[in-house]
Design a protein around this ligand. Sequence first.
Ligand code: TRP
Ligand code: SF4
Length: 326
Amino acid sequence: MKQRVVSGMRPSGRLHIGHYHGVLENWVRMQDSYDCFFFVADWHSLTTEYADTSGIAQSIRDMVLDWVAFGLDPEKCVIFRQSLVPHHSELNLILSMVTPVSWLERCPTYKEMQDNLETKDLSTFGFLGYPVLMAADIILYKAARVPVGQDQLPHLEITREIARRFNHLYGAVFPEPEALLTETPKLPGLDGRKMSKSYNNSIYLSDTAEETSKKIMSMMTDPARVRRNDPGDPDICVAFNLHRLYVPPEKLDEIIPACRNATIGCVECKKILVGCMNERLAPFRAKREELAANPSFVDELLKEGSRKASLISDAVMAEVRTALKF
Ligand code: TRP
Ligand code: SF4
């Protein structure tokens, strides 16, 4: 029996290569060794986007196209949409009854996010309760493992506490899920800051070869390397972080000394990177175009995946109601 894995992503639209190397690539790898459930966390989007929901539908479509084009296989894992499985909401309600508000208030991401997104009013009940919904997402499938980044660890800890509390009050229904910490390579954006949609410094999985080339050619390098004859240092070159991911090691062994003694220029060096990136991404991008040509592909996929997810969640909710003597 394979262990069950559950993880979700908020629909943030087209994914950039940071999402790919940080999260998606990992999901793809796990499909064979775990019983995987991956979902579009669209209700989670409402915690921050409630005032304008107009972009969510398109974001879901774009994100799911990336998921499948870049390797998630609906034959190997269940791909679904949270809001198509209303049990998430029912379990969220029940868990909210047993979750002390103080656990949520002291969650480090709570204050942090409120401060970071100060243009939005996040003083809502739903935003405070976000970790409860996340707990529901996970334990609804009795997940054993949850692949998450470092930033989500406090949420997973709350999930475990909520599961423990439920079990203590009503009997042992839920296993306590464990984090599968994904080590994320540090991936800077074009300007050297963290790659992020809001900084407008991202390279998207679905960018064309030309767009990729244009972006890479404008990417920051070693700031000390002003003229062609100045020696550079790959260790502080922003673009070189991508070289490490895409350029074969033999080639890196040539580039590194050549940069240090200024026998290669940044333009030439970046062209090597562009060639390697486009070559590697091309088959996925072609697949994405093929999938996108069918306008109902994503809807049908999510409908079918959500049906499969409901088979599990339905049985677990029956256990929950029994435990509650409802
Ligand atoms: N909170 C996660 C994020 O913002 C998304 C998420 C929602 C999630 N529910 C989840 C991740 C359940 C793992 C498991 O990235
Ligand atoms: Fe970076 Fe390459 Fe320029 Fe060196 S030559 S600074 S590694 S882009």
